[in-house]
Design a protein around this ligand. Sequence first.
Ligand SMILES: Cc1cc2nc3c(=O)[nH]c(=O)nc-3n(C[C@H](O)[C@H](O)[C@H](O)COP(=O)(O)OP(=O)(O)OC[C@H]3O[C@@H](n4cnc5c(N)ncnc54)[C@H](O)[C@@H]3O)c2cc1C
Ligand SMILES: NC(=O)c1ccc[n+]([C@@H]2O[C@H](COP(=O)([O-])OP(=O)(O)OC[C@H]3O[C@@H](n4cnc5c(N)ncnc54)[C@H](O)[C@@H]3O)[C@@H](O)[C@H]2O)c1
Length: 455
Amino acid sequence: MNQTSDTTFDLIVLGTGSAGQNVATACREQGWSVAIVDPRPFGGTCSQRGCDPKRVLAGAAELIARSRHFTGKGIQTENAIDWADLMAFKNTFTQGIPESTEEKFEQAGIRYFHGTASFTDKRTISVGEHTLTGGKILIATGARPATLGFDGEELLLHSDDFLDLERLPKTIAFIGGGYISFEFAHIAAEAGAKVHLIHNNDKPLKNFDPDLVQALVGKMEEIGITFHLNTQTEKLSRSGDGYVLEGKEDGKPLRLECEAVVHGAGRIPNVDELDLVTGGVDFDKKGVTVDEYLRSVSNPDVYAAGDVSGSPGLSLTPIAGLESRAVAANLLKTDSSKPDYTATPSIAFTYPMLASIGMSEAQAQASGKEIKVNLLDMSDWYTYKRVGEKPSMAKVILDKSDGTILGAHILNGEAEHLINYFAIAMRQGMTAEQLGDTLFGYPTEGSDMTYLLEL
Ligand SMILES: Cc1cc2nc3c(=O)[nH]c(=O)nc-3n(C[C@H](O)[C@H](O)[C@H](O)COP(=O)(O)OP(=O)(O)OC[C@H]3O[C@@H](n4cnc5c(N)ncnc54)[C@H](O)[C@@H]3O)c2cc1C
Ligand SMILES: NC(=O)c1ccc[n+]([C@@H]2O[C@H](COP(=O)([O-])OP(=O)(O)OC[C@H]3O[C@@H](n4cnc5c(N)ncnc54)[C@H](O)[C@@H]3O)[C@@H](O)[C@H]2O)c1
């Protein structure tokens, strides 16, 4: 270890999430002295308060939906979720993470500090009573729920709270129509809650194909979720054991009584407590302003990766991984790696799942390319009819001039797998013909691939 003193390190990493951990470990493996800081239990969002626990709950909700599709087709009764049991199972995935992460740092010889980091000058970080000086500093502090600015917003539950609810409220309103609200609304509805989803415009799930989003909304309405589009929340107040939400839906007064109201209205880069101005680190609402090597444009000793970086990458775990690999490479060898964001897949884990990669239809139309759009209703195809799944849809956008795949958008129970086939093909520059010519096992979602790719 190159540590010259208890407080001077080759690298100080702010944040123990996916991005921070990867860089700390990679640099430590090359003999750097490394310190890592986090005020929350170590391990970050994805594994403790995001993707992984969410997927445990979504998996149970998916099972309920799949079993319902089969009811009367050989399966006799519907299943039901026991919330307390499901939560206990979810906890088996999350509860050991802080300790195991700390142990990992211990074994690697990474010094760790529990506390909130802030800059006291361009290369100095204060954490509680400690003042740490770094040759380099990585900001990997992730994101936090956006401030919404209505009366009573402090009464909102956040996604962390929802994922830890000991009892499922009978009526829940989700504010915001993005990933979090759609996924949680689906979980809550399949677990038996009455659910409202409140979105401020007419385009929920803005990162996804609008035709497929519309079909998903229809499917979610079938399980009892009420959508309030073009709706502004103006006030949240307590009422007995619950809450009253007041606002305007399409300009008309809306009043909802709910047992819980959950924030799903966007997350913003977590920079508030860092005192970036003192650190000479430029930032804006997208996060820390970085160059193509993820280095701060104003302080060359500082890098940023993951949700907090103002890079073009989406705020997703694979991007935190991609950016952390690039930053580690750039720290160890200056300007050696630019992250390549080509073909980033994204999945909303509702059921059916909604997945997307590459260009939207609108982007492809605007690109001036000669395109072919294959919009397919696959509900009657064997793969989906076999499991009683309706709707099952795909929109695949091809470049007619060279046969490459520009974008793929899928809505069905196999979307998580199908989108990954497209991810491989698009990342490796395969043409539609090459992907369609691949032999997939039969009968699977892969063996339908050729029909999605007709030029
Ligand atoms: C509910 C939910 C579900 C999600 N589901 C998915 C999914 O299915 N798939 C997917 O790809 N992505 C998903 N995401 C997004 C994914 O979790 C993030 O993109 C990813 O975790 C970002 O990693 P990160 O390392 O940048 O930040 P984080 O993992 O958030 O880590 C940042 C760390 O920095 C710490 N920190 C904050 N301020 C300071 C400070 N001043 N000093 C020191 N440390 C600080 C925080 O406590 C935190 O531990 C989900 C997110 C949420 C909220
Ligand atoms: N499956 C996944 O990959 C996954 C799951 C959850 C979260 N995430 C990540 O976390 C981020 C945050 O998720 P999110 O769902 O909070 O945000 P989001 O950005 O996906 O969607 C938030 C939506 O809320 C709307 N909104 C904003 N203010 C509002 C208000 N006052 N009232 C009503 N609607 C309002 C916005 O128009 C926006 O479309 C995502 O962008 C994503 O990067 C990913």
